[in-house]
Design a protein around this ligand. Structure first.
Ligand code: MG
Length: 213
């Protein structure tokens, strides 16, 4: 164990000037919204649902509850089920992109994710998801936190439009990853990354690398 720790330190100590990129999981790497909708329709075929193009606001359960009392609890039942987080599909291109990102010179990538308070399956399954889609090495890059503002980094790519916590001025710049729930949201000047497939993420990273280097 001691040997592993010292290797880990050495790996990072040589690269203090690297760009540290924090990448959120749900809504950025994993398609939480799509899978929730599909699973919801299967579990509650006779209840109304909200198609992705009609999603508004970060908390899916709140919008369902407004649609009809009790539906918010249904949403929670869906995502609290065993297997939900493990089986999330990838956001198109996300795996390939973060793998490429991690290979870029002078860049360190970390996965920065906030688990549900109902952690019975979610926590373990997030690890399983990372191992399945990205490989064992990536398990060392997972940062689990309910407060991302205290995590140190240069960039945070996250679909939640408003990230708050103990630090009023986090070290990172928040790049909002476009998701069905935030397309109409006022980002108050924050920039977006719309997808992993059109290559614009590379320009964004290159721009940040210049700032850090
Ligand atoms: Mg997210």
């Amino acid at each position: 164990m001691a040997h592993r720790v010292s290797n880990f330190r050495k790996h990072y100590s040589d690269r203090q000037s690297n760009l540290r990129v924090l990448v959120d999981m749900d809504g950025v790497l994993c398609d939480f919204e799509l899978y929730l909708l599909e699973s919801y329709k299967q579990k509650y075929p006779n209840e109304p649902c909200i198609e992705l193009q009609d999603r508004e606001g970060f908390w899916v359960k709140d919008q369902y509850e407004k649609l009809k009392e009790g539906l918010g609890a249904n949403c929670v039942n869906v995502h609290n089920c065993k297997g939900f987080f493990k089986n999330l599909p990838e956001i198109p291109g996300s795996i390939e992109a973060v793998k490429e990102l991690s290979q870029m010179e002078n860049v360190d990538v970390f996965l920065c994710t906030s688990p549900l308070n109902y952690y019975k399956y979610c926590m373990q399954e997030k690890y399983a998801w990372v191992e399945k889609h990205l490989g064992k090495n990536w398990l060392e890059k997972i940062i689990i936190t309910k407060d991302k503002t205290v995590v140190n980094g240069h960039v945070l790519i996250d679909d939640k439009p408003n990230i708050t916590g103990a630090m009023l001025q986090p070290s990172w710049e928040h790049i909002v990853f476009t998701s069905c729930h935030n397309t109409g949201t006022n980002l108050h000047g924050k920039r977006r990354l719309d997808n992993w497939t059109d290559g614009t993420w590379r320009d964004l990273i290159e721009e940040f690398k210049k700032r850090v280097g």
